[in-house]
Write a protein of this length. Structure first.
Lengths: 341, 614
C-alpha cells in the first residue's frame, strides 16, 4: 500500500545531476535547499512529484530537481500545473514562479487558479524586480523604485501578494524569507498537506539587480523586531526580547503594543487563527508593512475547502454511475438513427 | 392522405427557412431536415445566423436562416439557390431574394409585411415587386392571424401564441413536400414533456399550417423527392463540431487514454467544448479556461501527465495559442489543436466561413516550428480526421493542427455510423521502466518520435521545457546541437507522410483541368466537377485533407493534367503553399473572400473559361 509505505529519502535524492547556475549569493539556492528538505518529510514517493515553472531566474528550478519537471513559457506555469493536476490528482504538483511570471504576464491565470482552488503548491519568489531580463521593475516593485525601465522612479502601485490571494478567494497563503530555511521548510510541508491552491510568497533576494531589497526586515540584526512569525493558536508576539505584540483596535485596525505597558499581558494579544474562514484579520496581517508594522511570516491563512481536481473527478464518477452511455458504440447509436436496408 | 393537384418528382430541392433571429428558424430547419433524413433522402444543411444574439428586430442584420438541401441522389452541399424560401418578415426576403431560383416558391407571413416592417427592411412599398418576383410562385399567408385563430381556445398569452408561427410555416412546407408530421410531433412530446400545453400548441400550429396549405391549393406544384440510394447501414445526422468531438472520444477509447479538453468559448468552435463537457459519461475532463492561452496550456499540462489532450478554437484564439504550440513542438508532447475557421482578420466575421487561416496554421509561430496540419472536408468526416489527428499526435509525439470551418462546424449531413471495432488501435510510444535511464529526446529510428514518460512511474523522472535540449534533456545552446534538433523535429513531421493515404482523384486520372481544393470546400467542388464531367468535360478533382506533410503522390497526379486551378475561400494561400512545395507546376486560382462558400456556378464558370482559353 502506497499510503503506509515509508520512503526514506534524504534531500540528496531530490538533487538532479544538473549544475545549479544561479548567481552566487542568490536567494534561490536557499529556496531549493528548503524545498528538498521539505519533500523528504512528506511521505510521498519521488515519482509522484511534478515541478512546473514558467520563465525567469527561479523558473530554472525544475532542472535542479530529480523529479518530473516541466520548464514552460512565461506566465503559463500556473495553467500547465493546473492541467497536470486536473489530469492526475494523485500527483503532488508544485509551481515555481516569480513576481513577474505569476503576477504580470501570468496574472490572469494566477487569480483563476486561486479561485478554482486546484490542489497545487505555488512558490512565488518575490524579489520585486525582473532579474533574467536584467533589472526592470515588476508588479511588486515599491512605488518610486528606480530601475532600467523606470529611470525616474515607478509611478505604479505594487501588488501585495497576500491581498491578491485573499481577494481571489484564496484559501492558503504563507510568507517566508529565502534565508530562513527552517521556517521555509515547515511552510512547504504545511502547503503540501493543505488541499487546495497554496500560495507561498518567498521574500527572495536578487543579489545583482535588487540586492538587499528585503534587508530592512530580513537582516539578522533587525529581523526579530521587524517581522512577526505567525503560528496557529499562538499569541502574536515579536521583538528581540519577545516584548511586543498585536492587538485589535476598535475591531478594525491592528495596533502594536508593548507587553507590560499599560497593563498589557500576553492573554490580551491577538491569537493567530489560520483556519478562520473569514479573512478579515488574516487580510490585515498579510498587508502589514514595515516600518508601521512588522512583516508577517508563516502560514497566514489555511482554510479547508473543496478543490477543483477532486470535484472534477467526483463529477465524472457521479455522472458515470447513472449514465446510459458507457462506451463509444453506445454514444454513436444514441438519439435519432435510422436504418437503410 | 391528401390529394395533390400536381406532383412533380424532383431529384433534389433546396429550401431556406428565414426570419428574425428570434423566430426559431434554426429549429424549424433542423426538424425539417431530420424528417427528410428519416424518410431516406440524402441531405446537407447549413445554418446562417447573425453574430448578434438578438440583432434589432425586423432588420436585415438580424436575419437568421437555415438551408436544407435534400435529394434522391448524393448531396454534397447545402445548395446555392433555393427552390423554396420561407420568409417570416420583409427583412428575410431582402436578405435572401437573390438566392431564390428563377420561378421558385416564396412563402411569406403577410401579417408581418406591415408598412413599418417593409420600410425597416429597406423596401419602399411592395417588396415582391421591388425584387421583381411577381412571376415567381408567391404565396402570402396570414401566418400570425392563423395561429392566433388556431390557438384561441388554449388560453395562452399572446407572446407564446406568436412563438408557434414557425411551426405553422413548417406545417405548410411539410404539405408541400408530402412529409409526415409524426417525427416532429414526437419531438414536441419529448421536448415539452413537462409542459403539455406548449407541446399541444405547437402540434396544433403545425397541423394548422399543414391543412392551410392543403386548403388554399395555391401551393402547386408540390414536390416529391424519392429516397436516395445510399449504402446499407445505420445512419444519423451529424454536424462538424459534434463529429469532431466524437472523433476525439473514439481516439481516447482506441488509445486507452483519458480525454482532456482545455478550451475557451469562441464562435464557431464552442460546440466542440460543449459536446465534450456533456460527455462526462465517457470520462471526459473538460476544463473551461480563463482564456485561450490557458485552454492550450492546461491541455499541454494534461498531455505531460499522460492524457489525450485537445484544445479547440477559432482563428483569433489560434493566434493567442501560438506560443504554447511552439512549446508543444519543443517539448514534443502530443496535442491536437482544432481551429474552426471563420472570416478574419481580427474579430472579422465570427459566424461566417472562410479558409484563410492556412498560413497561420502552417507558419504562425516563432522559430522553425513545424506541426502536422490536417483539414476536414465534410461535416461527417470531421469524425475521421479528428480521430486521425489524435492518432498521429499520439503515435508521433507531435502537436497536430486540425482545420475545420464554420461551414463544416454547423452544417449537417447523414452519416453512416461506424463500429468502434473497425477503427484502428492507437499505440503511443510509452516509455517504461526498462528504458531507464530515460533519455527524453531519444527517438524511434523510423518515426523519429521520442517516447512518452508519464509522471507517476518510478525511474522515469525527467525534465522537459521550452529551452533547446540535448538528447539527454540537458539545456544546450551549442550551435550544432540546435541545428540537429531543428532538423530532427522537422524530419519527424515529414515522416508522417509515410503513413497517410495517397491523394485520391475524383474522375479520370488525366485530363484538361485538375480542380484542386482543400478542406471544407469539397462539397461544392465535387458537385461542380461532376456536373462538368456529365457535360463531357475532362475535369477532375483532388481535395487535400493532409496539408503538412502533403501526400506523396501529388506530383504524379498533377503532371497528368494540362491545367491546374486551386480553389479556396481565401486570397490564394494553398496555391502559394503548393508553389513552395511543388514549384514545377503552374497554378491558376479561384478565390472568394466573402464569408460564404463557393457556388457551383462560380466553379463551373471558372473551369469553362479555362477550357476556352487554350
Amino acid at each position: 500500500m502506497a499510503e503506509t509505505q515509508i520512503y526514506k529519502y534524504t534531500p540528496k535524492d531530490f538533487k538532479s545531476d544538473q549544475e545549479v547556475r544561479w548567481c552566487p549569493g542568490c536567494g534561490d539556492h536557499a529556496v531549493l535547499n528548503s524545498v528538498q528538505k521539505a519533500l523528504v518529510e512528506l511521505g510521498i514517493p519521488k515519482e509522484k512529484f511534478a515541478f512546473i515553472s514558467g520563465i525567469g531566474c527561479s523558473s530554472r528550478f525544475p532542472y535542479y530537481m530529480d523529479t518530473f519537471g516541466f520548464h514552460s513559457i512565461h506566465g503559463r506555469a500556473t495553467v500547465i500545473a493546473t492541467g497536470v493536476k486536473a489530469a492526475n490528482p494523485e500527483l503532488s504538483v508544485w509551481q515555481i514562479t516569480g513576481d513577474g511570471d505569476a503576477l504580470a504576464i501570468g496574472g490572469n491565470h494566477f487569480i483563476h487558479a486561486v479561485r478554482r482552488n486546484i490542489d497545487i503548491n505555488i512558490i512565488l519568489f518575490n524579489n520585486e524586480i525582473y532579474g533574467l531580463t536584467k533589472g526592470q521593475y515588476s508588479p511588486t516593485s515599491t512605488k518610486g523604485l528606480v530601475t532600467k525601465t523606470s529611470p525616474f522612479g515607478t509611478i505604479e502601485e505594487p501588488f501585495s501578494v497576500g491581498e491578491l490571494v485573499i481577494g481571489a478567494k484564496g484559501k492558503f497563503f504563507a510568507r517566508t524569507i529565502d534565508t530562513n530555511v527552517a521556517l521555509s521548510t515547515q511552510i512547504y510541508i504545511e502547503a503540501a498537506k493543505h488541499k487546495g491552491t497554496s500560495v507561498i510568497e518567498v521574500l527572495q533576494n536578487c543579489v545583482i539587480f535588487n540586492d538587499g531589497i528585503h534587508d530592512t526586515i530580513a537582516d539578522k540584526e533587525v529581523r526579530d523586531d521587524r517581522t512577526l512569525i505567525l503560528k496557529h493558536g499562538q499569541p502574536m508576539i515579536f521583538g528581540k526580547n519577545n516584548d511586543k505584540g498585536l492587538v485589535l483596535e476598535g475591531c478594525r485596525k491592528l495596533k502594536i503594543v508593548k507587553l507590560g505597558e499599560n497593563g498589557i499581558t500576553e492573554n490580551k494579544l491577538l491569537v493567530h487563527d489560520a483556519f478562520e474562514p473569514n479573512p478579515g484579520i488574516q487580510y490585515m496581517l498579510a498587508n502589514m508593512k514595515y516600518p508601521e508594522f512588522p512583516v508577517a511570516l508563516g502560514v497566514i491563512r489555511s482554510v479547508p475547502g473543496p478543490t477543483y481536481d477532486i470535484a472534477l473527478k467526483e463529477q465524472i464518477e457521479g455522472v458515470k454511475k447513472t449514465a446510459k452511455i458507457k462506451c463509444m458504440d453506445d454514444l454513436l447509436m444514441s438519439g435519432s438513427t435510422w436504418i437503410v436496408e | 392522405m391528401t390529394k395533390k393537384s400536381e406532383v412533380i418528382e424532383r431529384e433534389e430541392v433546396v429550401i431556406r427557412f428565414s426570419g428574425d433571429s428570434g423566430d426559431g428558424m434554426q429549429l424549424t430547419g433542423t426538424l425539417f431536415s431530420d424528417t427528410a433524413a428519416l424518410f431516406g433522402n440524402d441531405i446537407s444543411t447549413f445554418p446562417d445566423y447573425p453574430a448578434e444574439i438578438r440583432a434589432p428586430q425586423g432588420t436585415v442584420g438580424g436575419v437568421s436562416g437555415f438551408q436544407v438541401h435534400l435529394g434522391h441522389s448524393e448531396i454534397n452541399t447545402p445548395g446555392d439557390f433555393s427552390d423554396v424560401l420561407v420568409a417570416m418578415n420583409p427583412a428575410a426576403l431582402k436578405a435572401n431574394a437573390r438566392w431564390i431560383k428563377p420561378g421558385g416558391t416564396i412563402i411569406y407571413d403577410e401579417d408581418n409585411f406591415s408598412a413599418k416592417n417593409i420600410e425597416k427592411a429597406g423596401y419602399e412599398k411592395d417588396p415582391i415587386k421591388e425584387e421583381k418576383l411577381e412571376s415567381y410562385n408567391v404565396i402570402p399567408a396570414p401566418i400570425s392571424t392563423m395561429v392566433k385563430e388556431a390557438l384561441k381556445d388554449l388560453g395562452m398569452d399572446p407572446k407564446s401564441v406568436v412563438r408557434t408561427k414557425n411551426m405553422f410555416a413548417l406545417g405548410m412546407v411539410y404539405w408541400l413536400f408530402d412529409r409526415k408530421l409524426q417525427y416532429t410531433e414526437d419531438y414536441f412530446e419529448k421536448k415539452f414533456k413537462n409542459k403539455p400545453g406548449v407541446a399541444k400548441a405547437n402540434k396544433i400550429a403545425l397541423r394548422a399550417g399543414y391543412y392551410y396549405a392543403e386548403t388554399i391549393e395555391a401551393l402547386h406544384p408540390t414536390y416529391k423527392i424519392l429516397p436516395a440510394e445510399i449504402a446499407k447501414g445505420t445512419y444519423r445526422n451529424i454536424n462538424g463540431n459534434t463529429a469532431t468531438a466524437w472523433g476525439f472520444l473514439a481516439a481516447a477509447e482506441k488509445s486507452g487514454l483519458e480525454l482532456f479538453i482545455g478550451s475557451y468559448p469562441i464562435t464557431p468552435a464552442t460546440g466542440i467544448l460543449e459536446e465534450l463537457a456533456a460527455r462526462k459519461d465517457l470520462g471526459v475532463k473538460s476544463f473551461q479556461a480563463e482564456d485561450e492561452i490557458a485552454g492550450i496550456c492546461t491541455s499541454l499540462g494534461a498531455s505531460f501527465a499522460g492524457d489525450l489532450a485537445v484544445t479547440s478554437t477559432s482563428g483569433p484564439g489560434l493566434a493567442l495559442k501560438s506560443e504554447a504550440i511552439g512549446l508543444a513542438v519543443m517539448t514534443e508532447l502530443p496535442i491536437v489543436i482544432v481551429n474552426v475557421q471563420r472570416g478574419g482578420p481580427s474579430t472579422g466575421l465570427p459566424t461566417k466561413t472562410e479558409q484563410a487561416d492556412l498560413m497561420q496554421a502552417l507558419y504562425g509561430r516563432n522559430g522553425e516550428c513545424p506541426v502536422v496540419v490536417i483539414a476536414s472536408s465534410t461535416p461527417s468526416d470531421c469524425f475521421h480526421f479528428a480521430f486521425e489527428a489524435a492518432r498521429i499526435a499520439l503515435e508521433h509525439m507531435t502537436p497536430v493542427l486540425l482545420l475545420s470551418d464554420s461551414y463544416l462546424a454547423n452544417g449537417t449531413e447523414p452519416w453512416k455510423i461506424p463500429a468502434m471495432k473497425d477503427l484502428p488501435k492507437i499505440n503511443p510510444p510509452f516509455a517504461d521502466r526498462t528504458t531507464t535511464p530515460f533519455l527524453p529526446y531519444k527517438r524511434d529510428e523510423e518515426s523519429l518520435a521520442r517516447s512518452w514518460a508519464i509522471p507517476g512511474i518510478a525511474g522515469l523522472e525527467h525534465r522537459i521545457g521550452g529551452l533547446e535540449k540535448t538528447i539527454k534533456g540537458t539545456v544546450s545552446y551549442t550551435p550544432e546541437n540546435h541545428e540537429l534538433m531543428v532538423n530532427l523535429r522537422a524530419g519527424k513531421v515529414e515522416r508522417v507522410a509515410n503513413e497517410i493515404p495517397d491523394l485520391k482523384v475524383h474522375g479520370p486520372i488525366s485530363g484538361d483541368i485538375l480542380v484542386v481544393g482543400w478542406g471544407g470546400s469539397f462539397g461544392y467542388l465535387i458537385t461542380a466537377v461532376r456536373e462538368l464531367q456529365e457535360e463531357g468535360h475532362k475535369v477532375s478533382l483532388v481535395n487535400f485533407n493532409f496539408i503538412n506533410p502533403l501526400p506523396k503522390n501529388v506530383k504524379e497526379i498533377f503532371r497528368k493534367f494540362k491545367k491546374i486551378v486551386v480553389c479556396e475561400l481565401n486570397s490564394g494561400q494553398f496555391a502559394d503553399y503548393l508553389r513552395i512545395k511543388h514549384q514545377e507546376f503552374t497554378y491558376e486560382q479561384l478565390n472568394k473572400v466573402q464569408g460564404i462558400p463557393f457556388t457551383i456556378k462560380d466553379i463551373k464558370e471558372k473551369c469553362i473559361k479555362m477550357l476556352e482559353d487554350k
